[in-house]
Write a protein that binds this ligand. Structure first.
Ligand code: PGA
Length: 365
């Protein structure tokens, strides 16, 4: 059981100033790229792999890009080959350096900013506890990490304007029909009217795993994701395998992840979609994937996305880990290169949530 109990120069000229990387960052990126291409030479190119050197290139919070802008900024896989000749003389050297800097600029833009979400599920029982939970979230330093919170549907309106640090209120579900005669449903149109820009879907408790009964499946979730994106919203899309599949090994897990993502590969805009990988057996159980297993699964998910969407999408999209994440296990999990954040249930109801945000901010700095 792989688990353990744990508490060309012209391109540069056209680049808007706010997207140009400072000299220090460029040299860090150059070193990082050098390592990357060297590694590709030895091992065969794995376009989706991320080197830890990218960490220092993450966008500042103020340079959040729109979906379109981010798409345009996505790297082209061939770019790497354009500056392979590092020893070319004279003008060629300059052209090579400029081309290399352009690649570095693209690298800077595509770096992944960590993201941590707090899923309050059907908690708290009393509204009187909301201010305390909101204070826990407002205590998070969001300068190097995006933070979002999923209040229960009844509490979304109360929480919508309470976060002083930019944490995004992210409802736990939506329909794919909009407003109208849909009793008990929540529409993205209603969310947008409240200033909400993001919604979470596909949590295993709504897929019927450890939940009440299946309220969503891969078909409804793909339809919902398209509806959400067409409405201009962002989405946290949850995937994860039950214990029986994990016990068959990583290949079986990734086959299931492929099934859960098959209908959404074409919708994976990294500026708009975050993948939350949450193994069902780890949710609320105190069992956490080992850092090695989490990394292997995240890398496998990223490889699937590289093959079925594109290498550029795979490299840019953020994949969160969820399942008994807490302040104690966050540092080790954060150190894994393909773990870009956490979706936190139980610990998001405690002050330690801020420590989880701090842990991944530090690990990816
Ligand atoms: P947990 O829940 O952290 O309590 O395991 C995670 C989730 O379900 O999002």
């Amino acid at each position: 059981m792989p688990a353990r109990a744990t508490g060309s120069g012209s391109e540069i000229a056209r680049t808007p100033p706010q997207l140009r990387a400072p000299r220090r960052v460029l040299s860090a990126a150059w070193r990082s790229l050098g390592l990357r291409f060297a590694a590709a030479g030895f091992q065969g190119t794995s376009a989706f792999e991320i080197t830890s050197g990218h960490a220092s290139l993450r966008r500042s919070p103020s340079t959040r890009t729109s979906g379109l802008a981010a798409k345009e900024a996505l790297p082209q896989p061939e770019q790497g080959a354009s500056f392979a000749g590092a020893s070319a003389p004279g003008g060629l050297q300059i052209a090579g350096a400029l081309a290399a800097a352009a690649v570095v600029g693209a690298t800077a833009r595509r770096a992944r900013k960590p993201v941590v979400g707090g899923n309050w599920k059907c908690n708290p029982e009393s509204m009187s506890k909301l201010d305390g939970l909101i204070a826990n979230i407002n205590a998070c330093d969001t300068s190097k990490c995006d933070v979002y919170v999923c209040p229960s549907p009844l509490h979304v309106a109360y929480c919508a304007d309470k976060f002083s640090n930019g944490a995004d209120v992210t409802p736990q579900n939506c329909n794919f029909k909009g407003c109208g005669a849909f009793t008990g449903e929540m529409a993205v149109e209603q969310m947008k009217d409240m200033g909400i820009t993001q919604v979470l879907i596909g949590h295993s408790e709504r897929r019927g795993e450890f939940g009440i009964f299946p309220m969503d499946d891969n078909n409804t979730l793909a339809t919902k994701l398209k509806y959400i994106l067409d409405a201009g919203m962002s989405c946290v899309f949850c995937i994860g395998e039950p214990k029986e599949i994990r016990e068959k090994g990583l290949d079986a897990v990734l086959a299931e992840m492929d099934v859960q993502m098959t209908q959404i590969y074409s919708l994976l805009d990294p500026a708009k979609v975050v993948i939350a990988y949450e193994p069902v057996w780890a949710i609320g159980t105190g069992l956490t994937a080992t850092p090695e297993d989490a990394q292997a699964t995240h890398a496998g998910i990223r490889k699937l996305i590289a093959e079925k969407a594109s290498p550029a999408v795979a490299e840019a999209i953020r994949i969160q880990y969820g399942g008994s994440a807490n302040a104690a296990n966050a540092p080790e999990l954060s150190a894994q290169p393909d773990v870009d954040g956490f979706l936190v249930g139980g610990a998001s109801l405690k002050p330690e949530f801020a420590e989880i945000v701090a842990a991944i901010s530090k690990a990816k700095a």
